[in-house]
Design a protein around this ligand. Structure first.
Ligand code: NAD
Length: 247
């Protein structure tokens, strides 16, 4: 992976931050991107303090122009793009369909689904210039099954899985591999900021392994998918969920 360049969205926190750090440890140039520049700067500093190569860029993935800017700035700084991880996402409202606020629906679809499309739309032409690359899109176990009161999130993540398959088919012969990852519940601010301890304890029980996942565990799978070790893997959805979907 040494010397390869990657963009990671939502890299200021949680799973994205763990991926950024692991990629940097492999000697990759890492573009740490987030809507929150302060958090992106913090992670970038942690990487560069350890001798890693990284820059922080602010971008809201729900805005196509900002996704385009992200790729342009990456090419300006590192001259190429090899790996993109479309990871940024939000939880969205917790309401049944009949009460789900329309503006919340639009927001979660725009960030969690359209944001992945906008990302790939600009990343793919850049990868074609260096005759290949790898894209990993962050879906969820909720890209495979439903969850009460989470229609926006569930619909967006199912969409990410289909979008991943489509892009994989379109670019397989052009040597761009596109895969999706589906974490179970992972201990990040997305969960800990939004749920009470009792809710977290109940969620743990849904995972046969008996605990929440760690961001670093998801990062290891993403690294493998990004690497040449996964050279025959495209259009796939890999769950990493402590057995959640096996029940
Ligand atoms: P997190 O809240 O810790 O990190 C998400 C990051 O995305 C934050 O830094 C946030 O600022 C950024 N972000 C939010 N909206 C953005 C936007 N419009 N543009 C750019 N950046 C934006 O969350 P996390 O748990 O690390 O989640 C990362 C991804 O993993 C998400 O796509 C999430 O849906 C997915 N996921 C998480 C879990 C889990 O249990 N934590 C499970 C399955 C899937």
């Amino acid at each position: 992976m040494k010397g390869k360049t990657s963009i990671i969205t939502g890299a200021g926190s949680g799973i994205g931050a763990a991926i950024a750090k692991l990629f940097a440890e492999q000697g990759m140039n890492v573009v740490v991107s987030d809507i929150d520049l302060k958090s992106a700067n913090k992670i970038t500093k942690q990487i560069t303090n350890k001798g890693g190569k990284a820059i922080a860029l602010e971008a809201d993935i729900s805005k196509p122009a900002e996704c385009e800017y992200l790729v342009k700035e990456t090419l300006k700084k590192y001259k190429r793009l090899d790996v993109a991880v479309n990871n940024a996402g939000i939880g969205g409202a917790q309401k049944p369909v009949g009460e789900y606020p329309i503006d919340e629906w639009q927001k979660v679809i725009e960030i969690n689904l359209s944001g992945v499309f906008y990302g790939m739309h600009y990343q793919i032409p850049a990868m074609l210039k260096n005759k290949g690359g790898a894209i990993i899109n962050m879906a969820s176990i909720l890209g495979q099954v439903g969850a009460v009161n989470s229609s926006g999130y569930v619909a967006a993540k199912h969409g990410v899985v289909g979008l991943t398959q489509n892009a994989a088919l379109e670019y397989a012969k052009k040597k761009i591999r596109v895969n999706a990852v589906g974490p179970g519940y992972i201990k990040t601010p997305l969960l800990t900021d939004n749920l009470e301890k009792e809710q977290l304890d109940a969620i743990k029980e849904l995972h046969p392994i008996g605990r929440l996942g760690k961001p670093q565990e998801v990062a290891e799978l993403v690294l493998w998918l990004a690497s040449e070790k996964a050279s025959f893997v495209t259009g796939a959805y890999y769950n990493i969920d402590g057995g959640y979907l096996a029940r």
